[in-house]
Design a protein around this ligand. Structure first.
Ligand SMILES: [Zn+2]
Length: 447
């Protein structure tokens, strides 16, 4: 079936003003303004009401945190006290069913905002939740979204001087064995893969050096990506200096992590030399503007990092520091915070949309995603400008960002419609809201 997505109101692609042709899940032709596809067409989709952009790609999240949004113990705090307030709560027993609902809810929120590929940095493996990655694989398949399962880890707890409680950490052998199991079962390196796996020690201050080093070896063996939190706060720099005698980037280098296989979350508190070293090694940085503003963590030096060679992607971050999973909202926040860091001319709506698509795809190592070009996967987000907030808008692409698009009208992944008329196909949103809300209440109330 060759489908011509015809005459969009606007599209984020050069030479595709007349639309695009999708065949076997890929973009096979761009149609110029007033033109017709060169090949035969089986179906025409009239996109004259739609602004079309590449499906957004989320490169940092913690789905389980949807169970503890806006928690009274954690609001109005910066990262370390915020973590100290939440770790004892996260250390309670998360049932597989609550985790499943948290995953389904976060993925659905992302999808409705226009996200087609998500990664989730999951690092809590209390007893009974050994199959967290399997649950996430099932939920991504159920929705039809692409996902990078990001197998997190923590092996330093309070007894070792770390922040997390003993109940949520695992020992190194258990962690590495499960990483290998998840990689063998789910990591698909082929073009158009629906599932990939990345390995992701939580942060330099929650894992041992040996685990950092051994994780690199495993990633090289399976040719997968590596991820961790880095440079989120000044507290982290001080902690690393006190405990390891080095700053976080030096520590990362000692562990063999300065490679183009790595993307890090946040990437705020780097000095000039660190920015250049990260760029030289093509280490990707997931910019999380919303979370950084909520926790008052600081401002990512996106311009300098990009100029140095680092891909910049975008992430909503976990739902206790955002506290939503709307990637399109984070695109808008990226524009705003970067205009404070730099100026209005240096950061445009096209920059922030590029970070959330092409830049994020580079962070995840996906050269088959992130742009509307011939040969790329047909992962697309369609927005209408029918809401009041868009009325009177001039430039339709700029309007998505400046007027604050929140919800896609249609979303396509690999040529399949996953959202139509603003609704996710196969998901009862009211039931999901009810079931997740009940699971969250039970989780927060449990001792
Ligand atoms: Zn995070």
């Amino acid at each position: 079936m060759r489908v011509w997505i015809k005459d969009p109101l606007a599209i984020l692609a050069e030479g595709a003003e007349g639309g695009i042709v999708v065949h076997h899940g890929r973009i096979v032709e761009l149609v110029t303004r007033g033109g017709r596809p060169a090949g035969e067409i089986d179906q025409i989709y009239d996109a004259s009401r739609h602004v079309i952009i590449p499906g957004l790609i989320n490169t940092h999240h913690h789905f389980f945190q949807t169970l503890t949004r806006a928690h009274p113990a954690a609001i109005n705090k910066e990262l370390f006290p915020w973590l100290a307030a939440l770790y004892p709560i996260w250390g309670r027993h998360v049932t597989p069913e609550a985790f499943r609902l948290a995953t389904r809810l976060a993925l659905t929120e992302l999808l409705l905002s226009g996200c087609t590929c998500a990664s989730d940095h999951h690092y809590l493996f209390p007893p009974g939740l050994n199959e967290a990655m399997d649950i996430q694989a099932e939920e991504a398949a159920r929705l039809g979204m692409r996902m990078t399962l990001t197998r997190g880890s923590m092996n330093l707890s309070e007894k070792d001087g770390g922040l997390p409680p003993d109940s949520v950490v695992q020992d190194e052998d258990t962690i590495l064995a499960d990483c290998e199991r998840v990689l063998s079962r789910y990591h698909d390196g082929a073009e158009g893969a629906m599932l990939q796996v990345a390995l992701a020690p939580c942060a330099p201050f929650t894992v041992s050096k040996r685990l950092m080093v051994d994780t690199v070896g495993l990633a090289e063996r399976f040719n997968c990506r590596l991820h961790t939190h880095l440079g989120e706060t000044q507290d982290e720099n001080e902690y690393c200096l006190a405990h390891f005698g080095t700053r976080p980037v030096d520590y990362l280098e000692e562990c063999g992590w300065l490679t183009d296989r790595v993307w890090v979350a946040h990437g705020i508190h780097f000095n000039d030399d660190e920015v250049h070293r990260l760029g030289r090694h093509r280490v990707g940085v997931c910019h999380c503007p919303t979370s950084n503003m909520v926790l008052a963590s600081g401002q990512c030096r996106t311009r300098e990092l990009e100029a140095a060679g680092s891909p910049i992607g975008l992430g909503v971050d976990g739902s206790a520091s955002n506290d939503n999973s709307n990637l399109m909202e984070s695109v808008r926040h990226a524009l705003m915070i970067n205009r404070l860091t730099y100026d209005a001319a240096s950061i445009t709506h096209l920059d922030v949309l590029r970070w959330a698509s092409e830049g994020s795809a580079r962070c995840l190592g996906r050269d088959d995603l992130g742009a509307i070009k011939v040969g790329k996967q047909a992962d697309l987000a369609f927005y209408t400008l029918d809401e009041l907030r868009f009325s009177g808008a001039g430039d339709p692409l700029a309007a998505l960002v400046l007027c604050g698009a929140h919800r896609a009208d249609r979303v396509m992944v690999g040529g399949q419609w996953l959202v139509e008329h603003g609704d996710p196909i196969g998901i009862d949103v009211a039931k999901l809201r009810h079931d997740h809300g009940e699971a969250a209440k039970a989780f927060v109330a449990a001792l």
